[in-house]
Design a protein around this ligand. Structure first.
Ligand code: ZN
Length: 132
C-alpha cells in the first residue's frame, strides 16, 4: 500500500542529498559543547521499507564527532530519511501513518492490514507518537 513515490530510488536519492547538505552545514559549525571543530563520524543504518536494489550509500547516517579529546561529543544533524532509532525510513512511517489516519477518518476503524510486514503494535506506536 505504499505510494509509488516511495518505490523510487530517485526519491530517496533526493532525501539523501538534503541530509548531506544539512550535515555539511552542521560540520561548518563549532561543537555546541566546547566550541572545537567537528569531524565526520558517519555510520550505516539498516532501516526497512526501501525499494529493491537500494545503493548502500543511501543507508549512511550522517554524524559528526568533536575533535577535542576531552569532549568527543557526537552531533547528529537532523534527517529527512531517519526518524530517531525507528526501524523504518522516515518517509515510509509518515506515509503509512497518514494513510491509516485517512482510513480511520473514513471508516472509523483502525485497519493495520496491508502495510508491509509492520506489526500492529508498531503501527499503534507510530500513530500515538505522531499525534502528539
Ligand atoms: Zn566538543
Amino acid at each position: 500500500m505504499l505510494p509509488e513515490l516511495l518505490k523510487k530510488k530517485s526519491f530517496f536519492f533526493h532525501l539523501y542529498k538534503i541530509d548531506k547538505q544539512i550535515a555539511e552545514q552542521y560540520r561548518a559549525m563549532p561543537c555546541p559543547f566546547c566550541g572545537d571543530r567537528l569531524y565526520c563520524a558517519n555510520y550505516f543504518r539498516k532501516p526497512r521499507g526501501e525499494p529493491d536494489g537500494f545503493p548502500k550509500e543511501y543507508f549512511k547516517r550522517f554524524s559528526l564527532c568533536c575533535g577535542n579529546q576531552d569532549c568527543r561529543h557526537r552531533v547528529i544533524p537532523p534527517s529527512c530519511r531517519f526518524m530517531g532509532r525507528k526501524f523504518y525510513w522516515f518517509p515510509v512511517i509518515i506515509s503509512v501513518v497518514s494513510d491509516i489516519q485517512g482510513s480511520i477518518l473514513e471508516t472509523g476503524k483502525f485497519d493495520p492490514s496491508g502495510y508491509l510486514d509492520i506489526s500492529r503494535n508498531t503501527l499503534k506506536k507510530w500513530l500515538n507518537f505522531l499525534q502528539h
